[in-house]
Design a protein around this ligand. Structure first.
Ligand code: GRF
Length: 193
């Protein structure tokens, strides 16, 4: 059984999709043992509590620096015997404490075809640029912002009639399927799908 921690700062729809995939047995041999959030008021936290998943939430401003809060996060991960970390809308860069402890064992989902449109509001960036194709990327995490080896990508055509809302719905539909698929493939000890 691969024990994962999901890190989320906001809505947590990807977190929910992972839980649902486990419930529906679309993913096997994977257990979500902890939700980590840097926002105690995040909807993701409420969703975890409703699903009886343990939560560790913190506020970065309560700590002197990233090193200190990541040490505490690491302690929780160790207590819950976490094998693997999934960043799903976690709005902070990871520092050396977590990157060293979970080297090669952290993935992230990003709503663009990386390396295009890194950082915040990738969907807005794609629309502003006027690209005709965007998509979803799942990649391993390193010290950069949305860098690190790509594991899986799926494209989405951007049509003339699309608004930010409809494109977001389309992208999220893909994320909610692709991220659980990648988690399963990693649990099966494959590195690509
Ligand atoms: C997703 O679009 C993900 O790609 C990005 O942040 C968003 C999180 O959404 N990194 P949610 O909190 O999972 O609903």
């Amino acid at each position: 059984m691969m024990k994962i921690a999901v890190f989320a700062s906001g809505t947590g729809s990807n977190f929910e999709a992972i839980l649902e995939s486990i419930q529906l047995k679309k993913i096997k041999n994977v257990e979500v043992v902890l939700l980590v959030s840097d926002n105690p008021n995040a909807l993701a936290v409420t969703k975890a509590k409703n699903a009886s998943i343990p939560v560790f939430s913190f506020q970065a401003k309560d700590y002197p620096d990233k090193l200190t809060y990541e040490q505490e996060v690491l302690e929780k991960l160790t207590n819950h015997q976490v094998d693997f970390i999934v960043l799903a809308g976690y709005m902070r860069l990871l520092g050396p404490v977590l990157l060293k402890a979970y080297d090669g064992k952290i993935i992230n989902v990003h709503p663009s075809l990386l390396p295009a449109f890194k950082g915040k509001d990738a969907i807005g960036q794609a629309l502003d640029y006027g690209v005709k194709v965007t998509g979803v990327t799942v990649h391993f995490v390193d010290e950069g912002m949305d860098t690190g080896p790509i594991i899986a990508q799926e494209s989405v055509p951007v049509t003339m009639s699309m608004t930010r809302e409809t494109l977001t719905i389309k992208i999220q539909e893909i994320e909610h399927r692709l991220l659980p698929e990648v988690i399963q493939s990693l649990a099966n000890k494959e590195t690509t799908i």
